[in-house]
Design a protein. Structure first.
Length: 165
């Protein structure tokens, strides 16, 4: 889904976003093949990307591990760069001690980028410094959304691909 400015026309916005996202995918593939990160760094905010991956892994959002997902990634483009976040959908998070890892090549390639990984490590270190507070927040949040998780599983079974609108 693409949220567009009210002043734009849908066709113009869609074409522009598709072209920009294709540029991001191309730069990501190029970077994965030959370690040339220059184009990617012009199109991607690595700080928000690393933090997004850290948050998603720490809350054990299982959408990140499914070939049909993630369905709930929020990204935006600002001044020609894609930014990830905010992390907003916790209804497929689970409570356990296992870290999850991305399965889609797009996210695997992002995670493999040195600058993204550095941002990821910085975010993880920040969580570790105040782990008890973070863990309490996640536990309380998990308790508050448990019923939503169960309702979502009925409406959108995990083995079903999301519908495209």
């Amino acid at each position: 889904m693409i949220k567009e400015a009210k002043s734009s026309t849908h066709a113009n916005t869609l074409a522009a976003v598709q072209a920009q996202f294709l540029s991001l995918e191309t730069a990501l593939q190029k970077s994965a093949l030959n370690a040339d990160h220059a184009d990617l760094l012009h199109l991607l905010d690595v700080d928000s990307t690393g933090k997004y991956i850290a948050h998603t892994m720490l809350i054990s959002n299982i959408e990140f591990t499914q070939p049909w997902a993630p369905r709930s990634v929020y990204m935006y483009s600002k001044k020609g760069k894609f930014h990830f976040g905010p992390v907003w959908d916790f209804d497929y998070s689970r409570r356990d001690d296992r870290l999850i890892y991305p399965v889609l090549p797009f996210f695997q390639h992002l995670f493999a980028q040195p600058d993204v990984k550095a941002s990821f490590c910085g975010a993880m270190n920040a969580f570790i410094k105040d782990w008890d507070t973070f863990e309490d927040f996640i536990d309380n949040y998990a308790d508050s959304i448990q019923h939503a998780f169960l309702r979502n599983r009925l409406l959108w079974p995990m083995n079903q691909p999301s519908s495209v609108h």
